[in-house]
Ligand binder design. Structure first.
Ligand SMILES: Cc1cc2nc3c(=O)[nH]c(=O)nc-3n(C[C@H](O)[C@H](O)[C@H](O)COP(=O)(O)O)c2cc1C
Length: 305
């Protein structure tokens, strides 16, 4: 891939600005490596907590118009059983970002510390899961809790800390600002949008958990708006996520202010080829517009008024 695509996020060097989003193919070292081989510039693991967790009963993922609805319930082996996967993923030679969740700031800090010790190049704090009680979006909707989690993690680890935000709040920019003032090195926007679907013959919710998170093309305009608002508010890199399927989607996020983009649901619909097709398309777009590097298009939509 061309040198025009090389970029940097909080000191991490990426050969291109595409990244794997948390929760899709991120549970094992070998699946993470397959995403790197497919062309991702960096990968984010499935969210990992302090203790092993089973997740919810099926159905946990259903297809709806323009996307997926999921309430998986954060199944994971726990950070103490995840080190081997991190070490294996690292052999792929791109930045490995470990997504961390917790039920308290102490949990977050402990998981982040173990992940960093196992070789994580950065931590992504999942304060935005829409379907697990007493954590996730319940933390991510509260300015003070977000700040406390970030401060605790920063105290314990010397690696870059990304904070992944929920769109299910009135003012995402003020949450981003609280995270950055507490020490966040980058903001990821967005996690899934709280949503549900009902089967009309049986009159029952489709997901076993009833409510879940919507992802895919349906949420793209929401995510673009969130990136735009966060970019205006903070001076750290913003990583865009939500419905990115084509290079045009990725370009839109970058013009809104994203320094890199994460891709999740599109893998289910288009396969792993999506990373190369997005990267190549962005490269051609940057060249066609007369720029020398992809960094030059970041935030351009803010300058056109
Ligand atoms: C099946 C599934 C599992 C997910 N698991 C996680 C997770 O463990 N941690 C997290 O922060 N986000 C998780 N997400 C959210 C994605 O990382 C992403 O923020 C969201 O799906 C929007 O991007 P997309 O439209 O490209 O999928 C999950 C999404 C899906 C569809």
């Amino acid at each position: 891939m061309s040198g025009r695509l090389v970029t940097e996020i909080a000191g991490l060097k990426l050969a291109n600005p595409t990244m794997l989003a948390a929760g899709i193919l991120g549970l094992t070292g070998s699946s993470l490596r397959s995403v790197v081989e497919a062309g991702a510039g960096a990968v984010v693991t499935k969210s990992v907590g302090l203790k092993p967790r089973e997740g919810y009963p099926n159905p946990t993922v259903v297809q709806v118009e323009c996307g997926l609805l999921n309430a998986i319930g954060l199944p994971n082996p726990g950070i103490h059983h995840f080190g081997e996967e991190i070490r294996e993923a690292k052999e792929a030679g791109v930045p490995i970002i470990v997504s961390v969740y917790g039920f308290s700031s102490g949990d977050f800090a402990e998981v982040a510390k173990v992940a960093a010790g196992a070789g994580a190049d950065a931590l992504e704090l999942n304060v935005s899961c829409p379907h697990v009680e007493e954590m996730g979006a319940e933390i991510g909707s509260d300015l003070d809790l977000v700040a406390e989690v970030v401060r605790e993690v920063k105290k314990k680890v010397g690696k870059p800390v990304f904070v992944k935000l929920t769109p299910n709040v009135a003012n995402i920019a003020e949450i981003a600002r609280a995270a950055v003032e507490a020490g966040a090195d980058a903001i990821v926007a967005i996690n899934t949008v709280r949503a549900m679907a009902i089967e009309i013959e049986t009159a029952r919710p489709l997901l076993a958990n009833r409510i879940g998170g919507l992802s895919g093309p349906a949420i793209k305009p929401i995510a673009v708006r969130c990136v735009y608002e966060v970019y205006r508010e903070v001076d750290v890199p913003v990583i865009g996520c939500g419905g990115i399927t084509t290079w045009r989607d990725a370009a839109e996020f970058m013009l809104a202010g994203a320094s890199a983009v994460q891709i999740g649901t599109a893998i289910a619909f288009k396969g792993l080829g999506v990373f190369k097709s997005v990267a190549r398309g962005i490269d051609a777009y940057v060249k066609k517009k007369g720029f020398g590097n992809v960094k030059e298009i970041v935030g351009l939509a803010h300058k056109s008024f």
